[in-house]
Design a protein around this ligand. Structure first.
Ligand SMILES: [Zn+2]
Length: 360
């Protein structure tokens, strides 16, 4: 993997993100590029000096090796910096990604309105993506209803609408890439197995940390079709701190193996997990900023590992506060009172949606 693991690269990436997010000037960026290139040049001079020795004592051989390694790290840093700079400069693309398993409620509208505001402020575009992979629970009538309800709430999106159910081939390609890179492994455990064998108390959000049962198991499949009928999990780098700079909440960090375990990327019913589908789609749609609820912060850490494994640059993230009901619980699709249909029927002015509801 082209990723110099460790604290150094992680810290430098956080710095790069902060630098770019804080609206760095062209001149400042040039200075950073110049600084990295000057160090590479200096390393090269030392390297060629060492190269002049006819017979090299072992200390010099070692020094040369570590110089080469250092140079590799610098070149990687340079390319990463340029890639992120390009990403930061791309015109803004955001997305609304509802799941049509029920009617939209105030919480969805609030998050989507925030996404719309950010896209407008950046002079960018906003796309609709229907996350309808779960064929059993997603219904066409909910798709029609959500478009109607969100339009009532004041949301506008680009005419081209994406549907996850039409992108299975792209998801399989992403799965293949992860498998070939050795990032994922097939898992035969049931949900009950995982809950019972969890090696740690359940992480926040109630999800059990995968105990690693199938991590080292040998596997071979007669065909790809057969392999896709099994659950696949991402092997997380245990103990690694996965950090990012959230555009609303600032610096965030989660420890792989402690805050979240080996997570599902593929489900045995033949569809990708939420994490894989979202990453593959955000890459394909060229999304530059993801605006979504705060409950997905850990999910972002998981997805960053997928971006890295796929060799893609991740978008920026902006996590919104959650809207709660009067009892202080998260709004759910079953809470009728806060449904957009009901709000509309009771004569609520859609211009008031942004200020309604309790915020955590
Ligand atoms: Zn397993």
């Amino acid at each position: 993997m082209l990723w110099p693991a460790g604290k150094f690269s992680e810290t430098s990436l956080l710095l790069v993100d902060q630098f770019l997010v804080s609206g760095s000037s062209f001149r400042e960026r040039l200075m950073v590029l110049y600084a990295i290139m000057s160090v590479i040049e200096a390393v090269d001079s030392v390297g060629s000096l060492i190269g002049r020795f006819r017979r090299m004592p072992s200390e010099l051989v070692r020094a040369r090796k570590s110089l080469e390694k250092f140079r590799g790290g610098l070149c990687w840093g340079l390319s990463e910096f340029v890639a992120r700079m390009k990403q930061a400069d791309r015109s803004y693309i955001g997305r609304l990604a509802p799941t049509p398993t029920g009617f939209m409620h105030l919480g969805h509208a609030r998050t989507f309105l925030a996404a719309q505001r950010r896209a407008e402020e950046a002079g960018g575009r906003l796309f609709m993506r229907i996350e309808d992979l779960d064929m059993a629970r997603c219904k066409p009538e909910f798709v029609a209803a959500l478009e109607e309800d969100l339009a009532w709430a004041g949301l506008r999106w680009e005419p081209e609408v994406f549907r996850q159910s039409e992108r299975l081939e792209a998801f399989r390609a992403a799965w293949r890439k992860l498998r070939d890179g050795g990032f994922i492994f097939p898992c035969w455990c049931s949900r009950k197995d995982v809950a019972e064998a969890a090696r740690a108390p359940h992480a926040e959000g109630g999800e059990a940390i995968y105990p690693g049962t199938c991590r080292e198991r040998e596997w071979e499949f007669a065909s790809e079709a057969e392999a896709l009928e099994v659950n696949w999990r991402f092997r997380v780098p245990d103990g690694e701190r996965v950090g990012f700079v959230d555009r609303r909440l600032g610096e965030q960090a989660f420890v792989a193996g402690r805050d979240f375990g080996d997570f599902l990327v593929w489900r045995k019913d033949g569809i990708p997990s939420y994490e894989l589908a979202v990453v593959a789609d955000d890459v394909a749609q060229g999304v530059t900023e993801v605006v979504r609820g705060e409950d997905l912060l850990v999910s972002t850490a998981r997805q960053l590992l997928i971006y890295r494994a796929l060799g893609e640059v991740a978008p920026a993230f902006f996590h919104c506060p959650l809207v709660l009901d009067t009892d202080g619980r998260r709004l759910a699709k079953r809470d009728k009172a806060m449904g957009l249909r009901e709000l509309r029927a009771s004569g609520v002015d859609p211009a008031r949606l942004e200020e309604m509801g309790r915020i955590e």
